[in-house]
Design a protein around this ligand. Structure first.
Ligand code: CP
Ligand code: NVA
Length: 311
């Protein structure tokens, strides 16, 4: 039975950890040039992207092809979506031809509509509220670097309202990691995500904190994580955000406040000089390039989960 992967809220802690483990498996298999081409043998995968992408698009396309699928990349202007054809009509068509849809959308609700009307599994390749497949590869990277999850402290510096903050809160809680969100007062995380993460954290024994002071938040961190101050779709707020997020930056002073063996992560693309300085992203603590390359293994594990899981 197939299953959509639209949100980390829809998967159990165990299912998430299993996807991370499978990402490691795919890394070994693909690294050793071993065949994984039966997993999606002859399936048709459609990537429908409303926003640009360097990493997610390429890693999903290559992962799906390595797994034996045929892949189509589509943008709204290539279909009739941008001309006003309703999502539910497009979804019914794609569902009749394809085996799986990987979609990057402005609104999470668009994914729900695709799932409902296509009747095939849909994977969230980033929405306004979550980036769940990024978590699969990021937690592979964390496991590679730190060899554990429980007891680690991750500090996210930046926009507490964005998709990365939501996803990191959930993924940290699910794996027993502590997370501190360092964000300005008027960019506090969404209550729905915060409350859900707190509930999971109370079961796994992790801690979720919000702190407006970056230096305080960075203290004792094993992982410093940041993301752009202005996410895709928020471009009209760019000037205000550049003003509001001054100081919410990972730089050498913030890195010095973290643990000596702290790693620095960024989902990318990065805006050097805003949320992260050039010396830190290029420096010895940065794992962002390995993190980005690992996205292909997270994509492979997400595709396998969606096609194989029981509903
Ligand atoms: N991290 C990430 O999703 O990057 P892209 O926007 O390049 O896909
Ligand atoms: N928060 C960013 C993440 C990009 C991978 C955005 O949504 O644009």
């Amino acid at each position: 039975m197939a299953r959509s992967f639209l949100s980390l809220m829809d998967v159990s802690n165990e299912e998430f950890m299993n996807m991370v483990a499978r990402a490691g498996y795919f890394k070994t298999m693909i690294g050793q040039k071993k065949a994984v081409d039966q997993i999606m043998g002859n399936k048709y995968a459609g990537l429908l992207f409303e926003k640009p992408s360097t990493r997610t698009r390429t890693s999903f396309e290559v992962a799906a092809e390595r797994m034996g699928a045929h892949v189509l990349y589509m943008t709204p202007d290539q279909l009739h979506l941008s001309g006003g054809e309703p999502v539910k009509d497009v979804a019914r068509m794609l569902g009749g031809w394809l085996d799986i849809i990987i979609a990057r959308v402005f609104q999470q609700s668009t994914l729900d509509e695709f799932k409902k009307y296509s009747k095939i599994p849909v994977i969230n390749a980033l929405s306004n509220s979550e980036h769940p497949t990024q978590m699969v590869s990021d937690f592979l990277t964390i496991n590679e670097k730190k060899k554990r999850f429980k007891g680690l402290k991750l500090t996210f510096v930046g926009d507490g309202t964005n998709n990365m903050a939501n996803s990191l809160m959930l993924a940290c809680a699910m794996t027993g990691m502590d997370i501190t969100i360092a964000t300005p007062e008027n960019y506090m995380p969404d209550k729905i995500y915060l409350q859900r993460a707190e509930k999971i954290a109370s079961e796994t024994g992790s801690e979720i904190n919000i702190n407006n002071n970056v230096m305080d938040a960075a203290r004792n961190s094993d992982i410093l994580y940041t993301d752009v101050w202005t996410s895709m779709g928020e471009e009209s707020e760019r000037n205000k955000r550049i003003h509001d997020f001054q100081g919410y930056q990972i730089n050498s002073s913030v890195l010095d406040a973290a643990r000596p063996d702290a790693i620095v992560m960024h989902c990318l693309p990065a805006e050097r000089g805003n949320e992260i300085t050039d010396d830190v992203i290029e420096g010895a603590h940065s794992v962002v390039w390995e993190q980005g390359v690992n996205k292909i293994y997270g994509a492979a594990a997400s595709l396998e989960f969606a096609l194989k899981s029981d509903e």
